[in-house]
Design a protein around this ligand. Structure first.
Ligand SMILES: [Zn+2]
Length: 662
């Protein structure tokens, strides 16, 4: 199996990450997951950059002057909790204060020194504390750093060690020429080529009189300059300085995903350092654009910042991941607003993909008892899926992530059109159309399956759930791109579930999921059509000015939802209640010592004997309520349309009683 080693930039830990920082991690994660899908043995590295004077200052401000590493420990928790909330699947998380990194930095500094590429000198010039970079006079605007116009740069004169970058100019030019894909996208490459044409100056690689950092092996009173230190993390993580065999296996890195502002460090300074130390340059660097908020730079102090973990808790990580991947041309700058996000959520997820899944599974259940038999060759829909797969691969292989997602969505759109055209609800009325109905249902389900395989790198948990509902033979990490080929064989067992992405309040839900039984109400919005007949809102609607309700509304936070303890239960006994048309008495196993009695308002939908053995979902932490001379201990989940009998929310039979749902 070919290996693929990719990395993100490591972050300064002086503040919690915002959505702009998350943009890089999520898109790199999409690439990592795509490469795994494509069959590569992937090593995906993320991490934190801790040897920064800004980090040190922040640690001191927070009362950690005796132990800045303890501050960094706390920030590591903050960062990794955000990355986990966004389902970033990194294999390793490096911190530059780790012993393995100190060993690597000292080894590389010594190697460059031994190669004659490090020499002592005096640095005198302007230094921007916030950038942690020396600023040539010509780069200042009105005497200020253009990125930090409120700060006054410091004039610094100190003994420094310099790295002989100028020596590598010709080799860099040749490298760029021989490897046209070395830096993507192309506009970034042109910027660097202009810089190389203008010539390179040697750069400072140490700071004198500081203790926060890795001491120079040949001058322990100085530390390695934070930029020189940080770049080495990519080599550290695969064994440089600690495990040569591992390094040989994983180096050079296949891809560094970084922001467009640090391409010079990664494609000029870093290859030169590696060559000096006797290593190969990374194979490829991708410089992504910046994510803005409402057209402005994302910044906490300006109030133009979005907390990615909060957003993920509210809408699910996959909705955020889809927006970041689909709505921004990868490589260019992008924009985020809540209005735009909600609009795309409704169009792409609730109305389009989510609605498609609901319709297909619900029709499979209604017309074929959740069993879909293979029929036909897939026809036109199979052709569209094959073309989309080819477009998807070409796009993803060149990091046109937005286009890869668009290719997968072609299948979703085509399937929606296919269902509208074939009108299975009409076919179902005439038994003479049974074979045609079989084919339509199987093909629609197959289109959903192929789309879910292709979208899994972007929306991993949602696509796994969709694949489960559609009865896909293979799901999860075992999926490979080959599974996105159209299949015309193998019976599928579909599984009903609540809407994948409930619509935002502006549009009434087709059927509100509620609790049946007892005194709680099942709230149903009026509707004209059944779920399966509801066509998605055409994508063109997205072009119209968005009229979206503000996010502040009746929705609840995740903390409220988590108070509700939903559990899988198996029905052991069911009996009618003599004096009630609506209630049934259920004895359910919730994995506890004794089964529970629950009175459920589902008598209009089920005969008691139908229920025994069913795997359902209950609210397990409801206070006991006396009803009709019996105590009800919990509540079953069911849904019903207006004038329709209730249908229980089923859980997969393989789930043991008591399994938590949520
Ligand atoms: Zn600056």
């Amino acid at each position: 199996m070919s290996r693929y080693y990719l990395t993100t930039a490591i972050d300064y830990v002086n503040s919690r990450p915002h959505l702009g920082t998350a943009y890089e991690k999520v898109t790199a994660d999409v690439i990592a997951r795509y490469k795994r899908l494509a069959g590569f043995d992937v090593h995906f590295l993320m991490g934190n950059d801790e040897h920064s004077q800004n980090v040190y200052k922040r640690a001191v401000e927070q009362g950690f002057h005796n132990n800045p590493v303890a501050y960094c420990d706390r920030m590591e928790e903050e960062f990794t909790s955000v990355w986990k909330a966004l389902h970033c699947s990194y294999d390793d998380f490096i911190r530059t204060t780790q012993p393995r990194h100190k060993a690597a930095v000292q080894k590389m500094a010594q190697a460059c020194y031994d190669a004659g590429d490090i020499y002592e000198g005096v640095y005198e010039g302007w230094y921007c504390v916030s950038c942690e970079a020396f600023k040539p006079e010509k780069d200042l605007v009105d005497g200020k750093c253009p990125l930090h116009p409120t700060l006054t740069p410091e004039w610094i004169r100190e003994k420094n060690y310099f790295f002989r970058l100028s020596k590598y100019r010709d080799r860099l030019l040749k490298h760029f020429e021989a490897n046209p894909g070395f830096l993507e996208p192309e506009m970034r490459r042109n910027e660097i080529l202009r810089l190389l044409d203008a010539g390179l100056e040697d750069i400072s690689m140490s700071r004198a009189g500081q203790s926060w950092g890795v001491p120079l092996p040949f001058e322990p009173d100085s530390v390695v300059y934070v930029w020189f230190d940080a770049l080495i993390n990519y080599a550290t993580a695969v064994g440089y300085g600690t495990d040569e065999a591992r390094l040989a296996q994983w180096w050079p890195a296949d891809l560094h995903v970084i922001g467009k502002d640090i391409t010079r460090f990664h494609t000029v300074v870093w290859p030169a350092m590696l060559w000096s130390a006797g290593l190969e340059a990374p194979r490829q660097v991708f410089g992504h654009g910046w994510l803005h908020y409402g057209g402005q730079r994302m910044s906490k102090s300006l109030g133009t910042s979005v907390d990615p973990a909060e957003a993920a808790a509210k809408f699910g990580p996959d909705a955020i991941r889809l927006y970041l991947t689909k709505e921004i041309t990868y490589g260019s700058d992008g924009d985020f607003t809540w209005e735009r996000f909600e609009e795309r959520y409704n169009v792409d997820l609730a109305n389009n993909f989510g609605n498609l899944v609901s319709r297909v599974v619900s029709m499979a259940d209604k017309y074929r008892g959740g069993r879909l038999a293979p029929a036909g060759d897939g026809g036109r829909l199979a052709g569209i899926a094959a073309a989309s797969l080819a477009r998807y691969r070409a796009a993803m292989d060149t990091f046109a992530l937005h286009d890869g997602v668009a290719a997968a969505y072609q299948i979703v759109d085509a399937a929606n059109v296919f269902i509208a055209d074939s009108a299975p609800w009409k076919l179902a009325k005439d038994p003479g159309n049974a074979a045609r109905l079989d084919a339509v249902l199987f093909e629609a389900a197959e289109a959903v399956r192929v789309a879910a395989v292709l979208l899994r790198p972007v929306m991993p948990s949602s696509c796994d759930e969709i694949l489960r509902r559609i009865g896909a033979p293979v799901t999860g990490a075992a999926l490979r791109l080959d599974h996105a080929q159209w299949q015309s064989a193998g019976e599928r067992a579909t599984v009903q579930g609540p809407p994948m992405w409930p619509r935002s309040p502006i549009e009434p839900a087709a059927a509100t999921w509620g609790f049946a039984g007892g005194t709680s109400t099942v709230k149903i919005e009026p509707k004209e059509k059944s779920v399966e007949e509801q066509a998605p809102v055409p994508s063109a609607a997205a072009a119209a000015p968005a009229v979206v309700a503000p996010a502040a509304d009746a929705r609840i936070g995740i903390e409220d939802f988590l108070k509700v303890e939903l559990r899988v239960a198996k029905v052991r006994e069911a009996t009618a209640m003599p004096k009630s048309k609506k209630l049934l008495r259920l004895l359910v196993d919730v994995g506890e010592a004794e089964p529970r009695t629950i009175l459920a308002g589902i008598a209009e939908g089920y005969q008691p004997e139908q229920l025994v053995g069913k795997t359902i979902v209950i609210v397990a932490n409801l206070k006991p309520r006396p009803m009709m001379g019996t105590e009800s201990n919990g509540m079953v989940l069911a849904a019903s349309g207006p004038g329709q009998p209730p249908i229980l929310v089923a859980a997969d039979d393989s789930l043991p009683p008591g399994t938590r749902v949520g």
